[in-house]
Design a protein around this ligand. Structure first.
Ligand SMILES: Cc1cc2nc3c(=O)[nH]c(=O)nc-3n(C[C@H](O)[C@H](O)[C@H](O)COP(=O)(O)OP(=O)(O)OC[C@H]3O[C@@H](n4cnc5c(N)ncnc54)[C@H](O)[C@@H]3O)c2cc1C
Length: 502
């Protein structure tokens, strides 16, 4: 897997794995920005709390994004206004403003050197067909009283048809921020365990969580901050969330305007400078996980070459996020049955602020206070599933499930090293990979989450699920997504499918 700049430049301290049974009042599952912010708020309120992560703090999508903290998130306000009315659009704006302020205040108070910087953000279009939508978005932004202006030029060499310049937005080093926040939460008596994966979840007054190593955690309250919920609890998140991957390349660039940029049309072009390292990040090439195996890094590099005449790539990496059908994240109770299980997910690639919004909502609910934002972020809203997107995405999941089963696989094994393929060995369909040392890996490629058939991702050398976004390395280890178990080898029993819906 390609290592992102954020992780390379902030190794972070390590925490032990949990190797014994454990009891806690509050358990946070997931050590990304959602989970760490929850742990920080809970321990600041003097509550007894533990956080566990299957991997390491900040090594998930939190360490793999573009590090923009902004209320400007595409067509979001006109979209929310259309579905839910102007007051809900105002609530979304307000809590995202609070989230940026939270990052600024907390990093200052806790002495976290996360390169937080205020600057303007531009949302632009080069596409005649998108101009009307951009103008509509600007109208709603004005109605909400945002500090923004309509522009016909932007300070980078791109010809645009129109742009919204949003003042007082921000950028920061997301990995350093979560590392510092985790450290602070630990000082506030929060317990943190890394390399500690949840594989089973029994809800109840006291939830019982089983770990991969067989140990259990008993917790009165659980916050699921595992990006894709590791336990669904009949919230039907598997049908509500679309997994989408994007790519980032970083090129050396000394001078760049103090601003960040994103267009509204497809294909996405998102730009953000890291002045401390003289690096420009360019991100885009979005596609549904397991749906498009192309040379996305090269395509991004071609854009940088064309626009900035730069081509020496210093870093490249990819990551994924989950998109709700109505584009509003889910934060609050996981379902209506249990008032002691909470979730934060579905951030649509704007999770650096929305994760903090989620943590603030969850913290309010835990403290018995009402949250003015609970209704908007609740999974109980129905307009997310009464939508064309919902039907389209779920029809695609069914198609992928069936089409995968009907693909037979090659009988000839590929000769080249570093190449993965679906092959047929003695009538058994499996995933094949030969590494540089001529070791051959044959794995069962039925996804252990809900039984979809995995596809090969040649960019990251992984097996990716086109239905719900679980990913595995070529040896079969879980990389990310809802799957809790890895892939079994050719000579082992078939994979155990464990949907965790219950
Ligand atoms: C290319 C890209 C660029 C982006 N850029 C921006 C941006 O500029 N601004 C912005 O606001 N947002 C951006 N985002 C979105 C943002 O990065 C994410 O929404 C956010 O980081 C999600 O944080 P999280 O804590 O929910 O998840 P993660 O950071 O993924 O953390 C989840 C953690 O849960 C752990 N976990 C998972 N399953 C288990 C289990 N079974 N047991 C124990 N632990 C488990 C994982 O190991 C992981 O550490 C971007 C996203 C992408 C893909």
């Amino acid at each position: 897997m390609n290592v992102p700049y954020w992780i390379k430049s902030a190794e972070g301290r390590t925490y032990d794995a949990l190797n014994e049974d454990h009891t806690t009042d509050y358990l946070v599952i997931g050590g990304g920005i959602t989970g760490v912010t929850c742990l920080y708020l809970l321990t600041k309120s003097g509550l007894d709390a533990t956080l566990i992560d299957a991997n390491r703090i900040g090594y998930g999508t939190t360490g793999r994004n573009t590090g923009k903290a902004t209320v400007q998130q595409g067509y979001i306000y006109s979209n929310i206004e259309k579905r839910y009315g102007i007051e809900k659009a105002r609530e979304y704006y307000e809590i995202n403003v609070r989230a940026i302020q939270f990052i600024e205040d907390v990093s200052r108070e806790c002495g976290i050197d996360c390169q937080f910087k205020r600057l303007p953000a531009y949302l632009f279009t080069q596409d005649e067909a998108s101009l009307g939508k951009l103008k509509r978005e600007y109208e709603i932004c004005q109605k909400l009283g945002m500090d923004c202006s309509y522009e016909t030029q932007i300070p980078i060499p791109l010809d645009v048809l129109g742009a919204i310049k949003m003042n007082h937005q921000a950028q920061f080093h997301p990995k350093r921020f979560v590392d510092g926040l985790a450290q602070k939460a630990a000082e506030q008596k929060g317990r943190i365990y890394e390399n500690t994966r949840v594989v089973d979840f029994q809800p109840g007054k006291e939830c019982v969580i089983r770990l991969e190593n067989g140990k259990t955690i008993t917790a009165r309250h659980v916050i699921i901050a595992s990006h894709y919920p590791c336990y669904d609890g009949k919230g039907f998140y598997f049908a509500r969330l679309k997994p989408e991957r994007s790519y980032i390349v970083a090129v050396e660039m000394e001078e760049f305007p103090e601003a960040h940029f994103i267009n509204i049309e497809d294909p996405t072009i998102s730009l953000r400078h890291i002045p401390e390292e003289k690096l420009l990040l360019i991100s885009g090439e979005n596609h549904k996980v397991g749906h498009d195996d192309d040379d996305h890094y090269q395509k991004l590099t071609d854009i940088v070459k064309r626009v900035f005449s730069k081509y020496e790539v210093k870093y490249q990496w990819s990551a994924q996020d989950y998109i709700p059908h109505d584009e509003v994240p889910y934060a609050g109770y996981l379902n209506s049955d249990y008032k002691n299980i909470y979730v934060g997910t579905g951030y649509r690639k704007w999770g650096l602020t929305n994760s903090i919004a989620a943590a603030l909502i969850i913290h309010d609910l835990i403290k018995g206070q009402e949250s003015p934002y609970e209704e908007l972020y609740s999974h109980l809203r129905v307009k997310d599933i009464v939508s064309l997107n919902f039907l389209k995405e779920n029809a695609d999941m069914a198609y992928q499930w069936l089409a995968g089963k009907l693909t037979l696989g090659e009988s000839e094994l590929p000769m080249e090293k570093g190449v993965g393929a679906i092959v047929n060995v003695n009538g058994k369909r499996c995933g094949y990979y030969k590494d540089e040392a001529d070791n051959i890996y044959l794995v069962d490629i039925t996804c252990p989450h809900m039984g979809c058939e995995l596809k090969w991702n040649s960019q990251e050398k992984s097996w990716d699920c086109p239905c719900h976004g679980s990913r595995f390395d070529y040896k079969g280890n879980v990389l990310e997504g809802p799957a809790e178990y890895g892939l079994n080898g050719y000579r082992e029993a078939p994979n155990k499918v464990n949907p965790q819906i219950k």
